[in-house]
Design a protein around this ligand. Sequence first.
Ligand code: C2E
Ligand code: CA
Ligand code: CA
Ligand code: CA
Length: 272
Amino acid sequence: LYDAKRRRRGLVPASLDTPEAEELLRAITDGELVVRYQPVVELRTGRLAGVEALVRWQHPERGLLAPDTFLPLAEATGVVDLLGARVLRAACHEVKAWQDRTGCRASVAVNVSGAELASAAYPARVLRALDDSGLAPSDLVLEVTETAFMDVPTMDASLSTLRRSGVRIAVDDFGTGWSTLSRLDQLPVDVLKLDKSFVDRVVPGAGCTPVVDAVLALARALDLEVVAEGVESAHQVTALRDAGCDTAQGYHLQRPVRLEEVDVSRAVHAAA
Ligand code: C2E
Ligand code: CA
Ligand code: CA
Ligand code: CA
């Protein structure tokens, strides 16, 4: 990657040259990235529906770093492709082992960057990760942001391929990006993740907001599942459940943790 000739030919983004970028690339190849998992809870029953895989950098000096400290650099340098591949493989292997250990059949959602989706090799990479780990395709959800949906023209085909093999697709941060609304009925998707900014406006004294109610109605009409993100209060859990929202995740239910710390019984009580 540091080969000067390739760099001159423009095959390597110039910004990979900085010490920060070199350190990030080294960290990825040295296995310093780890995955934390945040439970997704079924609101009607309180059951654990799945977990979302969230990347962290276990930095030798600076401790456990959140993605906002290194993802922008990973995206700018193209390293996000390698990062995503590592997270996907780790998540499939770790969740399959956890399923076998606990007897629990929860799914795992993995965040996908636009750069990964732009690669024609992406579907094969996902299928290989499933094959190698033994995770069932129906236990994997790929989370794609609205913006990535609009930016990557080849994406519908890739996602359709994966969907045919049983993998589910979620629109992440729904309602915040380049609106997918006009194409929503044609996109190869199964799940809408209602962005935290909408959940934040659900406050005591009323039910859900008109916008949340409208998204839930839209999802029902299109037969899509809804996951509410960033639920921080008991009131939000009740209001979302009463409005017919299927599932939710947030600090009120559980923060991102190691898989061993995902407590099925606690998840059951959290939304009861
Ligand atoms: P996201 O996909 O929207 O993930 C949800 C973020 O909200 C996570 O932040 C999660 O820890 C946080 N969160 C969950 N519940 C609550 C809550 O109740 N209150 C608040 N204030 N926050 C809550 P995190 O882990 O820092 O990740 C940030 C973003 O980084 C993610 O946003 C996602 O876009 C991106 N990301 C994380 N892991 C990956 C990855 O493996 N690949 C890619 N491409 N992006 C990732
Ligand atoms: Ca996500
Ligand atoms: Ca999200
Ligand atoms: Ca979000």
